[in-house]
Design a protein around this ligand. Structure first.
Ligand SMILES: Cc1cc2nc3c(=O)[nH]c(=O)nc-3n(C[C@H](O)[C@H](O)[C@H](O)COP(=O)(O)OP(=O)(O)OC[C@H]3O[C@@H](n4cnc5c(N)ncnc54)[C@H](O)[C@@H]3O)c2cc1C
Length: 522
């Protein structure tokens, strides 16, 4: 069966990356078709932790309140060997994006909320029980064909396609895009337990087991669950590893558990790999999430990177679908996201290397190094974390090119602000989308009528910082500190959480706008 409707965007895969892309695009008013091979959501967790920028996204799409009861703050991230802590990193309770640096979460709870938001949006059509099995594209559109379990076939047409169909992506293969292997490849056992009592809360909140005889980890997962992961050893089969008697044997340790404390809700094996798609775009089709990258989960960044892809691509598609930028503008998606994902994969594997060392001599050297670094770190009054990885900014893509611009491609933080008697997070009170933030007076009057019209066509707004009517009070000095660092008073923020560029004062703002206009017309 073929439909005549041409969707703005077809999304293959209704995992969390596909859900986020659908919610964003639907909210922007685009017609979206999402195709998922399964008929129901997967009801068990894979993801255990999300980072502060993802919490900011949940805040933006409106599901934070509903997700919060399924979360738990992890204050410490430890590396330990047989109970001896080698390094103890303090996790920031309030990080750059206005939320804890890491939050443990029960995945089915947040997926249910994303699902609810997607289903509530009449712009989104969800086709479940259909497997994407063919795709073709021409200069105008993409055509996707699907099959159901009973052998029915359907065809969908869209102006663009997002392949968010996971690690074994059909879309990636159909586009002839290879993964580049960055070198990590190991079988691991993942055990999830539901607490029967309060033992879980007395175990380490987040601990990597740097034990040559058995590398592994454990963490509290949301308020009611606990995860353990263990490397499957070379002389062991996956089938042996998942047998429950072997699982309980592995958990017979001080950071483990017994059937009296936990019900096993899932035991599974996974391949931890580090893979990056060599290209993220082919014509009208794009890859996002695990279809574009896979990483070992030592920094809990895999899905977070998928959410970042969905965010990045959706505002760019929005501009192109509204004819505010040409299709070539969409090349900036890969220019920005691919290096960012690569850096995240490499750092995840590097942290993992500390955990998986099996050579006794090298493990002893590692212990010495970690203990020394830990002692130095604990003696400091500030920075109490060595492995906290901050996702890098963008060095290419939609960032200011002019020599006057500073802060280009940096993360735009979310601090606490006050506006007209209300206190809260910046995004909720000062606004989202394209913003010009200015701390000395008025910025709009510095623009010509033409520039102003361009800015308004993007939905751009102005935010004045300071005390007084209509001005935003920067309660903790978050933006003052950033502007001091840049020696600037004006920041142009993109629709996501990044800085396009900052300039010392409003007289240089027209140059920044001209730069942006040029990039949107490239
Ligand atoms: C043990 C473990 C722990 C992890 N912990 C974390 C963590 O703490 N934090 C974190 O950020 N990440 C973590 N990750 C990574 C995270 O699980 C993945 O990055 C994330 O699930 C990827 O989401 P996705 O939507 O891109 O892909 P998926 O979740 O794989 O979703 C893809 C969807 O596409 C569907 N699909 C596939 N093929 C087709 C087709 N042909 N037609 C139609 N539908 C199709 C699938 O059914 C699925 O619903 C962890 C991973 C593992 C293995």
């Amino acid at each position: 069966m073929a439909t005549d409707e041409i969707y703005d965007v077809i999304i293959a895969g209704y995992g969390p990356t596909g859900m986020m892309a659908a919610i964003r695009l639907g909210a922007m008013g685009h017609r979206v078709a999402v195709i998922e091979r399964y008929t129901t959501l997967y009801s068990l967790p894979r993801v255990g932790i999300i980072h502060d920028d993802i919490m900011r996204m949940f805040q933006e799409i409106g599901c934070m309140e509903a997700v919060l009861p399924a979360t738990h703050f992890l204050p410490i991230y430890e590396l330990a060997r047989n109970g001896r802590v080698l390094m103890s990193n303090t996790v920031a309770p309030m990080a750059t994006h206005g939320w804890p640096e890491m939050t443990s979460v029960y995945q089915p709870a947040f997926e249910a909320e994303l699902d609810r938001l997607a289903r509530a949006d009449s712009n989104i059509n969800l086709f479940t029980g259909e497997t994407v099995a063919g795709l073709q594209q021409d200069r105008e559109s993409v055509e996707v064909s699907t099959e159901t379990a009973s052998g029915e076939t359907h065809t969908y047409r869209g102006r663009y396609l997002i392949g968010a169909d996971g690690g074994n992506s059909f879309v990636r293969e159909a586009l002839g895009i290879e993964y580049v292997d960055l070198g990590f490849d190991q079988d691991w056992l993942v055990i999830d337990g539901r607490s029967k009592n309060d033992r879980s809360m007395s175990l380490p909140q987040m601990r990597q087991f740097c034990e040559p005889e058995q590398p592994g980890m454990t963490m509290q997962m949301g308020p009611f669950n606990r995860r353990w992961s263990f490397m499957i050893l070379p002389d062991e089969s996956r089938e042996e590893a998942v047998r429950h008697e072997n699982v309980w044997h592995r958990l017979d340790r001080s950071e483990g558990g017994t059937p009296a404390d936990f019900d096993l809700i899932r035991v599974a094996t996974y391949k931890f790999r580090s893979l990056l798609a060599e290209r993220w775009r082919a014509g009208r089709a794009f890859l996002a999430g695990d279809a574009a990258h896979q990483m070992p989960p030592f920094l809990a960044q895999g899905l977070c990177s998928g959410f970042r892809d969905a965010y990045n691509l959706s505002w760019k598609l929005d501009l192109v679908l509204h004819a505010q930028a040409p299709p070539s503008f969409l090349d900036t998606y890969e220019e920005e996201r691919s290096p960012n994902a690569r850096a995240t994969i490499i750092e995840s594997a590097r942290v993992g290397q500390n955990v998986i060392e099996r050579d006794l001599e090298r493990a002893a050297q590692r212990d010495e190094t970690l203990l020394r670094l830990n002692a130095e770190m604990q003696a400091r009054t500030s920075q109490k974390s060595l492995i906290a990885f901050r996702v890098p900014g963008y060095e290419a893509g939609v960032i200011a090119r002019g020599t006057d611009a500073r802060g280009v491609g940096d993360v735009f933080p979310q601090g606490r602000v006050r506006l007209e008697g209300r206190e809260g997070r910046f995004d909720d009170l000062a606004g989202r989308g394209w913003l010009i933030l200015n701390r000395n007076g008025e910025a709009a009057s510095a623009l010509t009528t033409n520039d102003l019209a361009f800015w308004q066509s993007l939905g751009g707004n102005f935010v004045g910082l300071g005390e007084g009517e209509g001005l935003v009070v920067d309660i903790d000095g978050t933006y003052a500190a950033l502007m001091d660092e840049y020696r600037c008073n004006v920041i142009l923020k993109r629709p996501d959480y990044y800085v396009f560029g900052a300039v010392p004062d409003v007289t240089l703002l027209p140059g920044l706008i001209a730069d942006l206009r040029q990039q949107l017309s490239r």
